[in-house]
Design a protein around this ligand. Structure first.
Ligand code: ZN
Length: 239
């Protein structure tokens, strides 16, 4: 069983009726519903209101943490971001969605500003440029998102270890929409679609990609803590 925690700040849905109409159970509820339909995935949700539930103990039992945030990044305590960073170093998977590009844990993991350019109300064609990758399984050459916020380059991230999806927007921009990194012992995936006012997380391809990413990011090996041990020589009489 893969234990997944979905964090969504859950602010837009409570403050804006039109967004609540798109995600009546919150973005976290939508993601939990499609992930939880899989026999091998167990899901817990956390919001900004319950962010204190993200403890070392919770993360030690979490295989993959999914993060959605936008207007309340700064309200997430630095200590929680540091806990997330440390657990990724030890092997936990981390998936940052859409505006989580500016979340504290993602920026901590990337070590760069993670800035980009954006424009609301565009149309996106997502190109599958690494069809052999586990995250791309079940996805065709491309799929389209009729309404999505434009995210454009330059995306200030370290060069991804693997680039799976490339987004093209009607306005002419392109974007590295699906990126993978190995960070410490953990795997990190960034996936760009998912603006709060668009029903992006109901799109079958988007659900398939996030589900694939959970299975890809789940740790194969995990160490209990960050260590830097002094060790004895393996050879006798070593000088
Ligand atoms: Zn957005």
């Amino acid at each position: 069983m893969i234990n997944v925690v979905v964090y969504n700040e859950y602010v837009h849905e409570l403050e804006d009726e039109s967004i609540a109409a798109v995600y009546p159970k919150g973005i976290q509820g939508c993601i939990a519903d499609f992930l939880g339909a899989n026999d091998d995935i167990s899901v817990k949700t956390v919001t900004l209101g319950t962010v204190g539930e993200i403890t070392k103990e919770l993360l030690e039992g979490t295989d993959v943490l999914i993060w959605w945030g936008h207007c309340a990044h700064e309200k997430v305590p630095d200590e929680i971001s540091e806990l997330v960073y440390n657990q990724v170093m030890c092997g936990m998977g981390f998936i940052a969605l859409h505006s989580a590009h500016f979340s504290k844990p993602f920026r901590r993991l990337m070590g760069t500003t993670c800035s980009l350019c954006w424009r609301d109300a565009d149309r996106e064609r997502v190109w599958n440029i690494m069809p052999s990758h586990p995250i791309a399984q079940g996805i065709g050459d491309y799929f389209e998102i009729p309404a999505e916020e434009m995210y454009g380059e330059r995306f200030d991230i370290p060069t991804p270890d693997e680039l799976i999806f490339l987004g093209w927007f009607r306005g002419g921009e392109v974007f590295r929409s699906g990126c993978c990194w190995n960070k410490g012992l953990g795997k990190v995936f960034y996936f760009q679609p998912g603006h709060e006012s668009n029903p992006t997380y109901y799109i079958p391809e988007v659900q398939r990609i996030i589900t694939n990413a959970v299975r890809w990011a789940a740790p194969i090996y995990r160490q209990p803590s960050i260590e830097c041990p002094c060790v004895p020589s393996l050879e006798e009489n070593f000088t």
